[in-house]
Design a protein around this ligand. Structure first.
Ligand SMILES: Nc1nc2c(c(=O)[nH]1)N[C@H]1C(S)=C(S)[C@@H](COP(=O)(O)O)O[C@H]1N2
Ligand SMILES: [Mo]
Length: 457
């Protein structure tokens, strides 16, 4: 491998930017309404947190005398290891303790109506480990006794459904099931970046995104059992059992396609309580809010319900001052996770640029990567499997010459739709929106090797 360039070393993004005191201060300032403070605190903390060289050379290989890590046999080679079932449910290595989902300081006033972000920069492949799945609760999470949980299927009026039904978990789990990999993205993901750069790392810019294998029963099967009148009932309403009164309208075409699942399984085991145990709706390609957790009722009806979560929240403020409603599909989007904000490149040389792409309209067809802010593009390798409405991992080789570089990824889905630049997106959507920001992300690799979140105008 003589022609292979030297492989560059990379410092991972610091996982936590603020210490406990810093987080308290940001929260106080945010409560006082000083939103800008969050951005400044992040910036200051990010600058202080990068202590690259010390970290990288924590256990250096000596230039002479051989490597003690090889020459001296460690205890794990000479001693007896730990017994089976030390832990009836295994945990990650203690050396990975910093890989955590995290709350953005100051973003929300209470921790029960808040969000935690998945550490995308630390993950491989496409599946999000269940314990790192992002969380969004409007009224806190619950660990509900499955023996007492019920799912009711009814009609807006008695003529819309032959036999209203109530299912227990046992009854649901005896029905024919399917397992499918899908991404879930909160409509507000990347929402803080509409006006300008706001957060330092891809955990906070893109981490309201996760991907799991979900197992459950197609909702269509349950509606068939209840004898729904599909001619008249073109919508369903999904309702959660928590105090947030989370109710969302879903068009019947989605249900009839067989894609919408009443799911109890996530990555081979039951759903985690934070993600809706024992039952949640899976609505592939649609923003997270429609994936109702603690699902307790499905109503069929002939028009959208216009509930609070589709009339005053989850609407898009357009440049002309009007609001756009029922924009639920998550459009084609991608992000480079390595190198990404907060990471530090220590050497010139070879780097594997890696990232994630997804589309609410189907499969990802292609991802192009630029290292010069969009002037030149190269097509990345898509790593299999490439699945429908699922995260797709892409990789591309890059040799860093030590000069500033602007790294971007641009995804295209199977409909031919191409992820827009910020300029293109703002032309249509303005810059004062919250939801559905799927613009091309830019990471600036500075000549120092430190990677920063930037936006090109
Ligand atoms: N019952 C209920 N379902 C809910 C919510 C909620 O607060 N309560 N939040 C919604 C929102 S806004 C999102 S983005 C997703 C988040 O799912 P997760 O917490 O499993 O990541 O759940 C949705 N379903
Ligand atoms: Mo959400």
């Amino acid at each position: 491998m003589n022609d292979t360039p030297d492989v560059g070393r990379l410092i991972k993004a610091p996982e936590s930017f603020l210490d406990a005191a810093g987080i308290r201060q940001v929260n106080t300032e945010a409560k006082a309404g000083r939103r800008d403070f969050i951005r400044q605190a992040f910036a200051a903390a990010a600058a202080g947190a990068a202590a690259p060289l010390a970290l990288a050379q924590g256990n250096p290989v000596p230039s002479e005398g051989g490597d003690p890590n090889i020459l001296q046999l460690p205890a794990h080679t000479t001693g007896l290891g730990q017994p089976v079932v030390t832990d009836g449910y295994g945990k990650p290595s203690r050396y990975e303790a910093n890989v955590q989902r995290r709350q953005s300081p100051g973003l929300t006033q209470t921790t029960q109506a808040s969000v935690s972000f998945a550490p995308l920069q630390s993950l491989f492949g496409i599946v999000t480990p269940s314990g790192l799945h992002f969380e969004r609760h409007h009224q806190g999470w619950w660990d509900i006794d499955p023996s007492k949980h019920r799912l009711m299927i009814n009609g807006s009026d008695a003529s819309m459904l032959k036999t209203p039904k109530v299912f227990t978990m046992d009854e649901l789990m005896r029905l024919p099931s399917v397992s499918r990999f899908h991404f879930i993205e909160c409509g507000a993901n990347t929402g803080m970046e509409w006006g300008n750069v706001a957060v330092p790392t891809c955990q906070y810019s893109h981490g309201m995104l996760s991907c799991s294998e979900f197992t459950g029963v197609p909702l269509k099967i349950l509606l068939d059992m209840a004898g729904a009148d599909y001619k008249r009932c073109r919508f369903v309403l999904a309702e959660g059992a928590d105090g947030s009164s989370m109710t969302r309208t879903i068009p019947m075409e989605m249900v009839e396609s067989g894609e919408v699942l009443v799911a109890y399984g996530q990555n081979g085991e039951m759903l985690r309580p934070e993600n809706g145990y024992p039952l949640r709706l899976v609505v592939p390609g649609v923003q997270g809010v429609s994936w109702v957790k603690y699902l307790r009722r499905i109503e069929v009806g002939d028009k959208p319900w216009g509930t609070k979560d589709e009339a005053i929240h989850y609407i898009d403020l357009m440049p002309d001052g009007r609001h756009r409603q029922y924009s639920s599909i998550q459009e084609c989007k991608s992000v480079v996770t390595t190198p990404s904000g907060g990471q530090v490149l220590l050497d010139k040389g070879f780097y594997n640029i890696s990232g994630l792409a997804w589309s609410g309209r189907g499969k990802v067809r292609r991802v192009d990567v630029s290292v010069d802010g969009g002037r030149n593009w190269r097509t990345a390798r898509l790593q299999g499997p490439v699945l429908d409405k699922c995260l797709t991992r892409f990789n591309i080789d890059w040799v860093w010459d030590g000069k500033p570089a602007l790294i971007q990824s641009r995804a295209m889905d199977e409909t031919g739709y191409v992820q827009p630049t910020y300029r293109q997106l703002r032309q249509v959507r303005g810059s004062r929106s919250i939801y559905h920001n799927h613009a091309i992300q830019t990471w600036l690799v500075q000549d120092s090797g430190e990677v920063k979140n930037v936006q090109l105008s």
